[in-house]
Design a protein around this ligand. Sequence first.
Ligand SMILES: [Zn+2]
Length: 198
Amino acid sequence: MLGFPRNVGWIEVICGSMFSGKTEELIRRLKRAQIAQLKVQIFKPRLDDRYDTSRICSHSDQRLESVAIERAEEILRLLKPDTQVVGIDEVQFLGPEVVAVCELLAQKGLRIICAGLDQDYLGKPFEPMPQLLAIAEYITKELAICVVCGNPANRSQRIISDSARVVVGAAGAYEARCRKCFVPEPVEATAPQNLRLL
Ligand SMILES: [Zn+2]
């Protein structure tokens, strides 16, 4: 982004596969907003308790304080009157209501920065990311590195058997793969654990 719009709200979406650095980029932007003396509030869905329920954390262990919520509407209730920037991590878990919530906040003049998975483990669009991407002013698609061939990767390969759409909190349950190496069903891991977490 070259500059910030003035006197108007907007929505930024950072999307990508697992291990693509979405949360790291979200944290980077939110920290810069804090340095700029802006009032920042950060939310994340409660079901994602991988590392810490009250913080957002990247795989490289960057972290920021956040509020865990069950439903998107809670953002409106918990919003402080002087908040200027709202960060939301793992936004794909907050359901279709989060689209209207983001729209409302942007309409009120706030800057909204959302990070989330754009595809599920089958390689299908992860609702409501398509809707969020459509209404956002700024979109960043992060890419991971395919652990099989080293190409840029935009898919999350599941490497354990589970029929849930996302296996939450299972750091060893996925690895990043490109479209050539991705198969839409659980497979054996190809990379050592520490490589998959990069
Ligand atoms: Zn590959």
